[in-house]
Design a protein around this ligand. Sequence first.
Ligand code: ADP
Length: 251
Amino acid sequence: MSHTEPLLAVEGLRKSFGDNPVLKSIDLTVGQGRVLALIGPSGSGKTTVLRCLNGLERPDAGTVAFSGGPRVEFGPKTTRQQAQSLRDRSAMVFQGYNLFPHMTVLQNVIEGPVQVQRRPKAQAVAEAEALLERVGLADKRDEYPHELSGGQQQRVGIVRALALRPALLLFDEPTSALDPELVGDVLTVIKELAEEGWTMVMVTHELAFAREVADEVVFMDGGVVVERGHPDTVLRNPAHERTRQFVHRLL
Ligand code: ADP
């Protein structure tokens, strides 16, 4: 599907929680600058895929490889250090924003760059201010998360991810906690990032948005990839009955 060099290649990804096999060998490829939308019913394993890519969960088996490194083969012998090497390649935007409540907007955004990436604070602040300006939140820099609307908090969540300068952005249902009238602003920001050439994997229930923005749609059910392809095909004319039932319910 993707005609550019793959930024991310995932092969045979498996993950169980106890004796519940949640991912049963997932393969994914995301080209540089491409947007992949992951769709599927609740519990199909979409969030677990993102968390495995980001190093928040440790897969039982499979390979996760970023162009230019790292490449991690998961198994009993994988070291913690190898597993953690994936962390700084991607940044996650969470469904529930996950901002630090006791920190201002600016502090939330510079925390990762300064504390984790050890970048100079003045540089991190300047970059954070520019990013906040971009999403229309320059005047909120000294406010606390609870003083902002959900849509504003999620735009801060996006800025916080961008400030880490990741190769890959991961979105986990970024608008599903928002009141309907606040969804549009957040989707607009995500669409602009896609147009700018950010590489993204996005879990979403917004199928119309996926159709507009994604280069490829992957439909998961029961821990497997059932179908993948061009958004118009998967969302309008799917090959599989399970996909058909799912998209007809939501579109
Ligand atoms: P989706 O994002 O498609 O809704 P998830 O990846 O969140 O699916 O969850 C897939 C399955 O994995 C669900 O059955 C869920 O209960 C289970 N699961 C997810 N995280 C954990 C966990 N930390 N411990 C145990 N089970 C989990």
